[in-house]
Ligand binder design. Structure first.
Ligand SMILES: *[C@@H]1O[C@H](CO)[C@@H](O)[C@H](O)[C@H]1NC(C)=O
Ligand SMILES: *[C@@H]1O[C@H](CO)[C@@H](O)[C@H](O)[C@H]1NC(C)=O
Ligand SMILES: *[C@@H]1O[C@H](CO)[C@@H](O)[C@H](O)[C@H]1NC(C)=O
Length: 462
């Protein structure tokens, strides 16, 4: 095995880059439907202190955009639904909106996208027909300021845009939306090299089907997974299944090339009786495991090479949001800037987290109580893929690979599969067995029995 050849370090470097490219990024939604939030300047300081370098807004508030100037924080701004009909009607409206709300702040405020409307198809004011014309007018106005290649235009859709999402491979858009808005929007996104924005909440699916959906599956905890009866792919989290349902729906319309960014996802830390599953423990598990999954894992089963990029909802609990108690309790922070629960938010947080704090770091998130698990290589994977995973685990991944070196206890059997299994497991245990840390581009899977390779003992991390 060429695993310690002279080109090892070069291979290591190349494969680390290749694999970490599949890892995504995490941003946070800065919603402000509240009367007790800190000033925008304080919020920007909080974001910097926490290492949060991407946020999404629901408007183009001038105090907020000014506070964000020169912060090097990337910002998605929004044209609210209330402005869609004006924006669709007249490009002189979008010209002045782009002038006063975008170009006035750019580039000192790092605006990188505009969300035109939000969940427009479920807007009770029925603004769907204005959406694509509004997006096109905003684009034309950006062109006038020569900002059209720096700033993307999209529009967050809710998962309710799907007619079907189970099994995942049957994902399809609602028939009455396809011709009027989905196809023209996807064509526009393709043409402008933008991406689809999707808001996805496994919490809603869980809360209304908690008798059928396993909580572990919804929270990215150890679970047997759900096999898609259509294509045989196995899902280890509801979130990934939801996103792949969107990909399946896009694929059915031949838009496999358009990327997706998850513009909202989250889990409430408090709720009413109907908000089944809302709790601090579950919110910490969902958000903490999601962050680890996004920052260390690959894409989804349907699009393994597309990084998962997500904005968590939300930065703060927002006391003036209408609806059930859960709506006011999605925040990572209280208005006094204290954390509601402690989870990693950045790559540095994930890497420095102690292995015992596996599922989010608070008391209820001890490692799986259902017994130990290990990560092993799938022997049917192409050898190059195993090798790339092995190199990554032993290199950037920080697995303990000393035992598989010549002369050490786990060198025999001397095969890529055995060595990769050892390294994958070491990495998996080090990452606290979090969901998404036994993936290696599909080259690995979780087992519940100790792996058997010669006399080698696989560590368990406890
Ligand atoms: C700004 O952020 C980018 C990543 O978004 C980073 O690569 C760059 O180094 C940052 N620049 C400064 C001056 O911090
Ligand atoms: C619907 O439109 C009315 C009139 O423009 C506005 O007052 C109201 O806030 C809108 N409702 C929503 C949910 O956007
Ligand atoms: C919304 O508009 C569409 C077409 O413009 C129309 O078919 C539909 O009935 C309207 N729905 C409501 C609730 O007003």
């Amino acid at each position: 095995m060429a695993f310690f050849s002279s080109s090892f370090y070069l291979l290591l470097l190349l494969s680390s880059i290749a694999l970490s490219e599949a890892a995504g990024w995490v941003g946070v939604n800065y919603g402000r439907i509240a009367d007790d939030l800190p000033s925008p300047d304080k919020v920007v300081k909080l974001l910097k202190d926490q290492g949060i370098d991407r946020i999404k807004l629901y408007d183009t508030d001038s105090a907020v955009l000014t506070a964000l100037a020169n912060s090097n924080i990337s910002v998605v701004v929004a044209l609210p639904n209330e402005l869609l009909s004006s924006a669709a009607a007249d490009s002189s409206f979008t010209d002045s909106w782009v002038q006063s709300s975008i170009s006035h702040f750019y580039p000192s405020t790092k605006i990188d996208a505009i969300a035109v409307g939000n969940e427009v198809f479920v807007d009770p004011n029925n603004t769907t027909k204005f959406l694509v014309p509004a997006m096109k007018n905003v684009y034309t106005s950006l062109q006038k300021y020569n900002l059209h290649s720096s700033i993307k235009i999209s529009s967050p859709i809710a998962l309710t845009a799907l007619a079907s999402s189970f099994p995942t491979s049957s994902g399809s858009f609602k028939q009455d939306l396809i011709e009027p808005v989905i196809k023209p929007m996807l064509a526009f996104l393709r043409q402008t090299q933008s991406y689809l924005m999707v808001n996805a909440y496994p919490f809603f699916a869980y809360a209304s089907n908690s008798d059928k959906i396993s909580l572990d599956y919804a929270l990215f905890q150890d679970n047997p997974g759900v096999v898609d009866s259509g294509n045989g792919l196995k899902y280890s989290s509801l979130f990934e299944a939801q996103i792949d349902a969107v990909f399946a729906a896009m694929s059915a319309l031949k838009y496999d090339d358009v990327k997706v960014v998850v513009t909202e996802t989250g889990w409430p830390s408090k709720g009413d009786e109907k908000d089944v599953g809302a709790s601090e423990e579950n919110a910490a598990s969902y958000n903490g495991n999601l962050v680890k999954r996004v920052l260390t894992g690959s894409g989804t089963p349907l699009r393994p090479n597309d990084p998962l990029n997500v904005f968590l909802f939300a930065l703060f609990n927002e006391n003036q949001k209408p609806g059930p108690t859960s709506e006011r309790n999605y925040g990572l922070f209280y208005p006094n800037q204290q954390r509601v629960y402690d989870i990693p938010l950045t790559r540095a947080d994930v890497e420095s987290e102690a292995p015992t704090m596996v599922n989010g770091g608070s008391k209820a998130q001890v490692p799986s109580s259902k017994g130990q698990t290990w990560c092993v290589a799938n022997g049917k994977t192409a050898a190059e893929r195993l090798q790339a995973g092995l190199d990554y685990a032993c290199g950037e991944g920080g697995a303990d690979c000393r035992p598989i070196q010549p002369g050490s206890t786990c060198y025999n059997p001397n095969s890529v599969e055995a060595h990769a299994s050892y390294a994958f497991n070491s990495y998996y245990q080090k990452m606290g067995r979090a969901s998404g840390t036994c993936e290696f581009g599909g080259a690995a899977y979780v087992v519940s029995q100790p792996p058997q390779y010669g006399k080698c003992e696989f560590p368990t991390g406890n």
